[in-house]
Every structure is written in structure tokens, then in C-alpha cells.
Design a protein around this ligand. Structure first.
Ligand SMILES: *[C@@H]1O[C@H](CO)[C@@H](O)[C@H](O)[C@H]1NC(C)=O
Ligand SMILES: *[C@@H]1O[C@H](CO)[C@@H](O)[C@H](O)[C@H]1NC(C)=O
Ligand SMILES: *[C@@H]1O[C@H](CO)[C@@H](O)[C@H](O)[C@H]1NC(C)=O
Ligand SMILES: *[C@@H]1O[C@H](CO)[C@@H](O)[C@H](O)[C@H]1NC(C)=O
Ligand SMILES: *[C@@H]1O[C@H](CO)[C@@H](O)[C@H](O)[C@H]1NC(C)=O
Ligand SMILES: *[C@@H]1O[C@H](CO)[C@@H](O)[C@H](O)[C@H]1NC(C)=O
Length: 385
């Protein structure tokens, strides 16, 4: 690692001055990726019902509710710029200035990436794993250096979003239900190559001689959905390590955990799965995506059964679900449960958040003056307190 003495002194001084660097004992996070898009349209406003209906930024209301960290997704080259580098940097600077820890969620796509889709960015190589890996590595390094140049310190980065079925399809497609295990390891060859390249991109950025004061090493996360499914997680990480990615190549586990995609997503199953992973790998664990519907009335879709059916789809139900998820994470052995993150609590014009329910956000949307929309904070904005 080559750094100038001046660069070291400057970065140490800046880190001290901003009180940065220290990890909180528990990350109380919200994913606020859509917020700037709403604000820039000048149609969306948030009202703090606990402060006499004062109009305030959503993040200020959530910070009063205990938030200490913000998650932001980044897309490679989105057509309208939303969730692109400049957009995400703008939000990151603001949340850093407000004292929040930052977690950058790489999608490695120009649009949504999840277990149903992982599209290779339009400008990237399409079929050859070697050139794709090279492009990916450079992209990760360039992105992290852009954040550092802008004065933003990232606390955590996930290399891919919900990569249960791999990333950068079809090259990096995987399926743990491939049998037998020897075939499974073979199946993970490309995703292992791609993951290692992304990880090397992080190292390139943190050791770059081109950027004197350096990029501070973020915690590197692997993010998989269905955190409650121990079979899935054990097979997935078993196959990844079997295919040559050592456990030292990631620092922290991130899992999604939603109540409305299947009744097996119980707290008992989540507890069992996280417990087993903590004992096997000894690494910090976060639930990085979750939410709970406030309204689910069957108006547009059949009502999906909750995986914890005694918790009603309601505002108090949101708080109850979150308290229980936090408890499960905090009870992970060895103090390895380190954080919980609510997904998009303020998305006033996309309130279903991908569920079949009407509304899983933490603000009550009033559309009566459409397109002007007002979001009244619900008591559930305070679930972290
Ligand atoms: C806040 O606004 C809501 C909705 O318009 C209204 O019902 C409520 O009385 C207002 N509260 C205060 C303190 O003004
Ligand atoms: C960067 O993003 C900000 C916030 O969206 C916007 O105001 C600014 O014009 C953008 N700059 C460029 C060069 O696109
Ligand atoms: C992994 O297995 C899936 C399902 O059998 C298949 O579609 C995919 O092409 C395989 N990927 C690799 C890299 O072998
Ligand atoms: C859990 O994951 C495994 C591996 O993908 C899968 O075979 C199984 O069906 C999943 N369990 C449930 C209840 O969905
Ligand atoms: C929400 O509003 C923004 C700003 O007007 C718009 O760009 C976006 O497409 C809207 N999203 C939905 C889901 O309607
Ligand atoms: C609304 O959110 C869902 C994900 O939960 C996403 O699939 C959909 O594209 C979003 N709508 C827009 C216009 O961004």
C-alpha cells in the first residue's frame, strides 16, 4: 500500500474531525434510495405528526426515530440517472453530513437486480467471463474511488444485490438446487470468478497509489435473500467456498427477510439460520432488507398470508414485526447480529414495496392534492427507539 505521509495525516485528521470510522454497536438502518427522486420532483412532502405536522425531510423524521445508518443502491448506467453514480453520491454526501453510516448496495446492472433478474449492464461484455470480470473489477474500484474523492466514507458495501441466483446473467447464473454437490461447485465457477473480481476491485481502491489519501476499507458484504432458509444459505456459501472463494473474501453477511413471500419466513427459521451461520463462519450478520405492511386489504391482489400471522397488517403490526426482527438479530450468538435495515420506508408513490399489499411504508400518503403528495409520519417511524 503506497500512501504519502501527508495523505495519511490528512485522512487521519479528517476522520477524527468528522468523528468517523467507529462502528456503531448496532446499525439501525433505512434504505432511502428513492428519496432524492421524490424530492426533486417537488411534489412529495413529509410531515412530522409528532411535531405539530411540521414539514420536514423524511430522513430527519427517521433520524428522530433512531436511524443511524442509510443504505443506498447503485446502478451502473440507468437511463434516467436515478440510482446512478452522481445521484447516489448526492444522497451519500447528505446522509454522511447528517452523521449516518453509509452502506452502498451494488446491483451490477443498469436496473433492478434480484433473484428474478441480474441483467449485465448494456456497455459491459456479454459472454466472456474473463473480460466481464475485468470490467467488474475496474467498475468497483472506480466507483469506490469516486466516493472517496467526493469525501464520502463508505462503511459497508455489498457486492451484488440478492445474489441467490448469482449475478450478471447468464454468465454468473447459479442454482443451489442443482444436484449433486460436486455439480453445484462446478456451477459456482463463474460466480466465484466474478465475486473475486469485485472483491479485488475493493482492494484496488483501498490500495490505489493514484489516490493519495486512500479509500478507507469498507466492510464487504454478500447479500442473499430468504435469510430464514438455512438449507439455502448453507448450500450457497458452501458452494461459493467450494468454488475457491475463501471465507476471508467477505466480512459480513446480509440477508433479506420478508413476511409476504412464503409462510416459512418465520422468526424461528430466521433464528435457526442466523445462529448456524454465526457458529460456522463467525462473521457479523445483518438483516439488510425487511418491511411490514400497514395496509393489506385485498383491493388489488389476494392478501398474502403473513409468515407470522398473529402480527396484523397494520401500523402497530409494523412496529411489532420490527421489534421481533431486531430481537432475533440481537440474539445471534457471539454478539454477531449487528444491524437491521428497513427497505424504502418513505417511497410515497410506490407504497406496496414489491408486495401484494397496498402499503408497507412508514408514512401515510395523502394523494388528495395529486400530484402533490403528503406523507404523514406513522408511529412506526419510531420502531428503533
Ligand atoms: C395533522 O394533519 C392531519 C391530517 O390533515 C390532521 O388530522 C391532524 O389534526 C393534524 N394535526 C395537527 C397537530 O395539526
Ligand atoms: C448530479 O446530481 C444532482 C442531484 O440529482 C443534480 O442536481 C446534478 O445536476 C447532477 N450533476 C450531473 C453532472 O449530472
Ligand atoms: C448453473 O446451473 C443452472 C441450472 O442448472 C444453469 O442454468 C447454469 O447455466 C449453470 N451455470 C454455470 C456457470 O454452469
Ligand atoms: C430453501 O432453500 C432450498 C435451497 O434452495 C430449497 O430447495 C427449499 O425449497 C427452500 N425451502 C423453502 C421452504 O422454500
Ligand atoms: C414517483 O415519482 C417520481 C417523481 O415524480 C417519478 O419519477 C417516478 O416514476 C414515480 N414512481 C412511481 C412508481 O410512480
Ligand atoms: C416500485 O418498487 C418495486 C420493488 O419493490 C420495483 O420493482 C418497481 O420497479 C418500483 N417502481 C418504480 C417505478 O421504480
Amino acid at each position: 500500500m503506497r500512501r504519502t505521509i501527508l495523505g495519511l495525516i490528512l485522512s487521519a485528521g479528517l476522520a477524527l474531525a468528522a468523528g468517523r470510522g467507529k462502528q456503531p454497536s448496532f446499525y439501525r438502518g433505512h434504505d432511502l434510495s428513492s428519496l432524492l427522486m421524490l424530492e426533486e420532483s417537488d411534489n412529495f412532502f413529509f410531515v412530522d405528526t409528532a411535531r405539530g405536522n411540521a414539514t420536514r425531510p423524511a430522513d430527519a423524521i427517521l433520524a428522530d426515530g433512531g436511524m443511524n445508518a442509510v443504505r443506498l443502491r447503485i446502478w451502473v448506467n440507468p437511463s434516467d440517472g436515478v440510482y446512478g453514480l452522481n445521484y447516489t453520491l448526492t444522497l451519500a454526501k447528505r446522509f454522511q453530513a447528517a452523521g449516518h453510516k453509509l452502506y452502498l448496495d451494488f446491483h451490477f446492472a443498469d436496473s433492478w437486480a434480484d433473484p428474478q433478474k441480474q441483467p449485465i449492464p448494456a456497455a459491459w461484455p456479454k459472454s466472456d467471463v474473463t473480460s466481464l470480470a475485468r470490467t467488474l473489477r475496474a467498475y468497483v474500484a472506480d466507483t469506490l474511488m469516486a466516493f472517496a474523492r467526493a469525501g464520502v466514507e463508505l462503511d459497508m458495501v455489498s457486492l451484488g444485490n440478492e445474489i441467490r441466483h448469482g449475478m450478471l446473467w447468464p454468465v454468473g447464473y447459479v442454482d443451489v438446487d442443482t444436484q449433486p454437490f460436486s455439480k453445484l461447485v462446478q456451477n459456482f465457477t463463474n460466480v466465484a470468478t466474478l465475486y473475486k473480481a469485485a472483491r479485488a476491485g475493493v482492494d484496488d481502491a483501498t490500495t490505489s497509489w493514484a489516490w493519495d489519501s486512500g479509500v478507507k476499507q469498507p466492510q464487504v458484504m454478500i447479500h442473499i435473500d430468504n435469510g430464514w432458509n438455512q438449507t439455502l444459505q448453507e448450500r450457497w456459501f458452501g458452494a461459493l467456498t467450494g468454488a475457491g472463494v475463501p471465507p476471508s473474501a467477505w466480512d459480513v453477511f446480509g440477508f433479506s427477510f420478508y413476511p409476504f413471500y412464503g409462510t416459512a419466513a418465520t422468526f424461528d427459521n430466521l433464528r435457526g439460520s442466523l445462529h448456524a451461520l454465526a457458529l460456522k463462519y463467525g462473521k457479523p450478520i445483518h438483516v439488510v432488507e425487511t418491511d411490514y405492511p400497514a395496509v393489506c386489504n385485498g383491493q388489488y391482489n389476494p392478501i398474502p398470508e403473513s409468515s407470522e400471522p398473529e402480527i396484523p397488517y397494520s401500523v402497530p403490526g409494523q412496529t411489532e414485526w420490527m421489534h421481533d426482527v431486531i430481537k432475533v438479530v440481537q440474539e445471534v450468538p457471539g454478539g454477531l447480529g449487528r444491524g437491521v435495515w428497513y427497505w424504502e420506508p418513505a417511497w410515497l408513490n410506490n407504497t406496496s414495496l414489491g408486495s401484494d399489499c397496498n402499503d408497507a411504508i412508514l408514512f401515510q400518503a395523502d394523494y388528495s392534492q395529486w400530484p402533490k403528495t403528503i406523507g404523514y409520519s406513522r408511529p412506526s417511524v419510531n420502531f428503533f427507539l
